[in-house]
Design a binder for this molecule. Structure first.
Ligand code: ADP
Length: 627
């Protein structure tokens, strides 16, 4: 019989699984039970419109059989089953997302995390089994097939015998070694425990043969007998009362259902009664999913109608800016056989979505207020998304989001909200200042920052590409406008200072013109500035687009030649300016080199690139020759 090879990516994952000494290998059970339950959901769903299915809701079940002698665990369901093609496609490949490519680029992510986030499902069987056999008969087919594999080498597929529609998965446990003991999975008590822990909420009965003992009639002796027992309570967690649920239960549920190896950071469980009633159980992951900021990421909540899942990822339930929330919504007011297209226009659904959005915002606001440390952790993972949210759609949602935003500020270099910033503002301070740079250290040392700090004004340090766009979109907070430290109209000088400056500019008109002529098109103008203290020069933008924004826009694929007008600002009180003046007056041939080096220096402090780096060294050398 031909051995089929796994697709390359599957083989890699399989190797990871087999070699995994992952301590949570027990999760294979919940993964397979969850697959079985999904398969039953699919058949039940079909039965709503297809009377040929011939099953009642009470007929569905998942069976677990342990065979100590042969060391096998068998999981059987009477769900929809798989055709030959489906066995091939579903179990022969797992390359459904780009996570493996991703892994190559980010080798520092350890394998386990990738496995966890990816949700390997069926393949987790290979963490405990040396051979896995799947016998399945699909609904509507009269043939059954057997898929069998011993791991990454490949699998075989052949015709088989199976009376009813459904799937049986037989796992032949790995041999015990000195380090690892797999016998625990043959222990009824242990398996029952795992089911109640991870799969209790499954809607269909999970049945096992359990050994029991009873007193014999007319005697004091005990006898053992076996009984088929339903192990799970079948009550969905979200239907239970909040105060009856332990944190652990929420955490286990989240991890098993939403493929995470870590506990969620926050659980949001609500029951809402009203025109539209619904239960929602939502989670904020504790870490950014590895694919979160890629286009592969799909937001959405699972949608249930009265306990039956009708959609796995209902996008319409979450606005993009809360796309990191995972979870589910269950409402009896939604029709079970509503189609995807109809759902989009469903009024009930949009009522639920609005209410959910509010709920999430309230929870985040509460977290910010009551648990700062946690919120800052949240911010680290998902803050970027909220900033995008405030910026997107021309700021349509800025009012909703602005109080959730945080930026690092010069106030102890800590994260601050806009509200906190405004509360700390000095009476004479009119604007909210910000400085953009690659990182905080650079921002702190920007030439323009010094003077504002000296006045005792706080500065927000913007280090992410979205930051300035976001603030520009918000425009003002609490009637205070946002102002870049590089803004040409900072308006910080006193009347006297302004006059003094005017005079200075008049006196130095010729030299400023000479510098401009020397630099040519590199700058739009050259002027004196009072915003510098220890720095001799700085570069600012003469347009609405700042230097930082230009950098971001230039890096975009759609960059259509943004080039902003730059202004070279010179500190007239700096000794360097005296040198410039001296060289100009003596008509020194080094004047041009000095202008060029000062200009380059200003670009570099701003974190910008030199237009022609190879020009820099010779001109600097010529300048310092024979000092
Ligand atoms: P996932 O469940 O995340 O899609 P799996 O690797 O666990 O990934 O399963 C792959 C696919 O195989 C499933 O989507 C489903 O179509 C099919 N499948 C797995 N188990 C069963 C089963 N017991 N009955 C029917 N189909 C199944």
């Amino acid at each position: 019989m031909a051995i089929h090879e796994f697709k390359a990516e599957s083989k890699r994952l399989m190797d990871l699984m087999i070699g995994s000494i992952y301590t949570h290998r027990e999760i294979f059970l919940r993964e397979l039970i969850s697959n079985a339950s999904d398969a039953i959901d699919k058949l039940y769903f079909k039965s709503l419109t297809d009377s040929n299915v011939g099953m009642n809701l009470s007929d569905y079940e998942i069976r677990i059989d342990l065979d100590e002698e042969n060391r096998t665990i068998t999981i059987t369901d009477n769900g929809i089953g798989m055709t030959k093609e489906e066995l091939q496609n579903n179990l022969g490949t797992i390359a459904k997302s780009g996570s493996f490519q991703f892994k190559n680029e980010n080798e520092k992510n350890d394998d386990i995390n990738i496995i966890g986030q990816f949700g390997v499902g069926f393949y987790s069987a290979f963490m405990v089994a040396k051979e896995v056999t799947v016998i399945s008969k699909a609904y509507g087919s009269d043939k059954a097939y057997k898929w069998q594999s011993q791991g990454s080498e490949g699998y075989t597929l052949e015709s088989a015998q199976r009376d009813n529609v459904g799937t049986t998965i037989i796992m032949n446990l790995k041999d015990n070694t000195e380090e690892e003991d797999f016998d625990e999975f043959l222990d009824t008590y242990r398996i029952k425990n795992l089911i109640t822990r991870y799969s209790d909420y499954i809607r269909y009965p999970i049945k096992m043969e359990v050994e029991k003992s009873r007193k014999k009639e007319d005697s004091d002796d005990y006898e053992t007998y076996t009984e088929i027992e339903t192990v799970n309570t079948m009550v969905p967690l979200w239907r239970k009362n909040k105060n009856e649920i332990k944190d652990e239960e929420y955490n286990d549920f989240y991890k098993s259902k939403f493929m995470d190896f870590e506990d969620p950071m926050e659980v949001i469980h609500t029951k809402t009664e009203g025109i539209t009633s619904y239960d929602a159980l939502m989670f904020i992951p504790s870490k950014t999913p590895f694919d979160y900021y890629t286009k592969e990421f799909q937001k959405g909540l699972q949608l249930y109608s009265n306990g039956v899942m009708i959609m796995d990822k209902c996008e319409d339930l979450l606005p993009d800016y809360f796309g990191f929330v995972k979870g589910l919504v269950d409402s009896a007011d939604l029709s079970l056989n509503i189609s995807r297209e109809m759902l989009q226009h469903d009024r009930q659904l949009s009522v639920i979505a609005k209410s959910i959005e509010k709920k999430i915002k309230t929870e985040l606001t509460k977290m910010l207020k009551n648990d700062r440390e946690k919120y800052e952790k949240f911010w680290e993972s998902f803050g970027r998304q909220l900033k995008f949210g405030a910026y997107e759609n021309f700021g349509a949602n800025k009012d909703k989001l602005q109080d959730l935003l945080m930026f690092v500020s010069s106030n102890e270099n800590k994260l601050t909200t806009l509200d906190e910033y405004v509360n700390r503002m000095k009476p004479e301070q009119k604007d909210i200042y910000y400085a953009c740079a690659e990182n905080i250290q650079r921002a702190e040392h920007l030439p323009q920052v010094e003077m504002i700090k000296d006045k005792g004004f706080e500065i927000l340090y913007l280090t992410e590409d979205v930051d300035e766009f976001c603030l520009k979109m918000i425009r003002e907070y609490n009637e205070k406008t946002f102002k870049s430290v590089a803004d040409k109209n900072l308006d910080l000088e006193t009347k006297e200072e302004k006059e003094e400056y005017k005079k200075l500019e008049e006196e130095n008109k010729d030299i400023l013109e000479a510098i401009k002529t020397s630099l040519g098109d590199k700058v739009k103008s050259v002027k004196l500035t009072q915003r510098l203290k220890s720095h001799p020069v700085c570069i600012t933008s003469d347009s609405e687009i700042s230097l930082e924004m230009e950098k971001v826009l230039k890096a975009m694929p759609s960059n259509n030649g943004v080039n902003i007008d730059k202004v070279l600002e010179i500190n007239p009180k700096h000794a360097v300016f005296d040198t410039v003046k001296r060289l100009h007056e003596s008509k020194s041939e080094k004047f041009n080199d000095l202008c060029y080096v000062l200009y380059s220096n200003a670009l570099l402090t701003e974190g910008l690139e030199l237009e022609n780096p190879s020009e820099f060294t010779p001109r600097l050398s010529s300048l310092i020759e024979n000092i």
